[in-house]
Ligand binder design. Structure first.
Ligand code: FEO
Length: 394
């Protein structure tokens, strides 16, 4: 790979990681990812915006070499997580005149992670500017997207927002600009669901702040550069809003077919009532797909068999993650099957305790669903329909 020009004197110099399959041992990466870094040559000063994961330091080094730089004056650290900060020590060694530009909280997080010479750190404040000669950088603090120190860097003359993780997508592609690619926007939504969804209210404030800026390009830390920034900003505005869609997501696991029959019967009953539904079998569905699916849905159903009296571990795992991700769903349903006594409802309610939702009356069926149980599923579906109709009216 080599440095790619975004516009005159502004380059993408980061690395594509085609092979990575997991992030933070938590987030599946079905399409790899990239660690974006950007180089800006001002008339007086040259600045590197972020670095790359340490495993790809050699790519960043070679890309900078390609540009024939004799110096870097500043290395901006918008975000201290290692996929962007991990090569800072090596870059500072390679460019001994470079100062690290970071906010105080960023410094506090970076110092325990790596050896840095404090004499080479320049602390910046919110909305402070730094001149590169013919261009100015402005730093916009944006805490909690998704760490407390995160900030944006705005290149004023060229109207480029370097947004760190916000608006990113985990996508290994040689495509520099997103244009209006549906695939890239879908991966941006998956990224939002997995990383940013718990911070929806913070993001709303950041979008309000950004509305004061004219932005021609958004250059995030992962995935392509947005040359139509309005589109991704509008999508984020939709995802973080309180508005939900007339949709039900059914997360299920089955051991002997009973819970699957319940889930499929529910899906059929929803379809008959014109409620879009998506069934996700957690035995074969990764947590990223689950997160992506629940971004907009009004209702999420957990369907589990009883295992040693409690929910199946795959259901527990999904509930734990959704409790952290805090989707905007309005209703949660707990359904499933059991052979003898069970504590499914109590345990699931506890796993989901941080969600601001209404729990539907649970529906637990002893053994394989019989005719009277199927009627109960119809009644359960009517309850969902009634609630969705009220939501849609409002
Ligand atoms: Fe891409 Fe939060 O690091």
């Amino acid at each position: 790979m080599s440095a790619r020009q975004i516009m005159e004197n502004i380059y993408a110099v980061g690395a594509i990681d085609w092979d990575r399959t997991m992030f933070d041992a938590l987030v599946p990466l079905p399409y790899g990812t990239s660690y974006n870094a950007y180089l800006i040559k001002g008339s007086d000063k040259t600045v590197l915006i972020d670095t790359v994961d340490p495993s790809k330091f050699h790519v960043l080094r070679d890309n900078l070499n390609d540009l024939g730089l004799d110096k870097i004056d500043y290395i901006v650290s918008n975000h201290a997580e290692q996929d962007h900060s991990g090569s800072i020590p090596d870059i500072m060694q390679l460019y001994p005149g470079a100062e690290l530009v970071v906010n105080k909280k960023g410094q506090d997080i970076l110092m325990p992670l790596m050896e840095l010479n404090e004499n080479r750190i320049k602390i910046v404040e919110d909305r402070e500017t730094v001149s590169l000669g013919d261009r100015d950088l402005e730093f916009i603090f944006a805490p909690w997207v998704h760490w407390p120190e995160t900030m944006f860097t705005y290149l004023k003359k060229d109207k480029i927002l370097f947004s760190c993780d916000l608006f990113g997508s985990h996508l290994a592609t040689s495509q520099l600009f997103a244009s209006n690619s549906d695939k890239i926007l879908l991966e941006a939504k998956r990224y939002y669901a997995e990383i940013m969804m718990p911070y929806a209210s913070r993001i709303k404030k950041h979008l309000d702040t950004l509305s004061q800026f004219q932005i021609d390009l958004i250059a995030p830390s992962h995935g392509p550069v947005y040359d139509n920034p309005k589109m991704i900003i509008e999508l984020y505005s939709e995802w973080i809003s309180d508005q939900v869609k007339n949709e039900v997501i059914v997360l299920y696991v089955t051991m002997h077919g009973s819970t699957e029959k319940i889930a499929e019967t529910l899906a059929s009953a929803l379809i008959r009532r014109n409620i879009p539904v998506k069934l996700l079998n957690l035995e074969v569905t990764d947590i990223g797909e689950v997160a992506l699916s629940v971004v907009d849905a009004a209702t999420v159903i957990f369907a589990s068999p009883a295992v040693l009296m409690g929910p199946h571990p795959y259901i527990v795992s999904a509930a734990y993650v959704l409790n952290m991700l805090k989707p905007k769903a309005k209703y949660i349903g707990i359904i499933g099957s059991y052979g003898w006594g069970n504590k499914l409802v109590n345990q699931m309610t506890e796993f989901l305790r941080d969600l601001n939702v209404e729990f539907l009356d649970p529906l637990l069926i002893n053994g394989y669903p019989k005719a009277e149980d199927l009627r109960e599923i119809e009644n359960f579906t009517e309850e969902i329909l009634n609630r969705h109709q009220i939501l849609l009216r409002n």
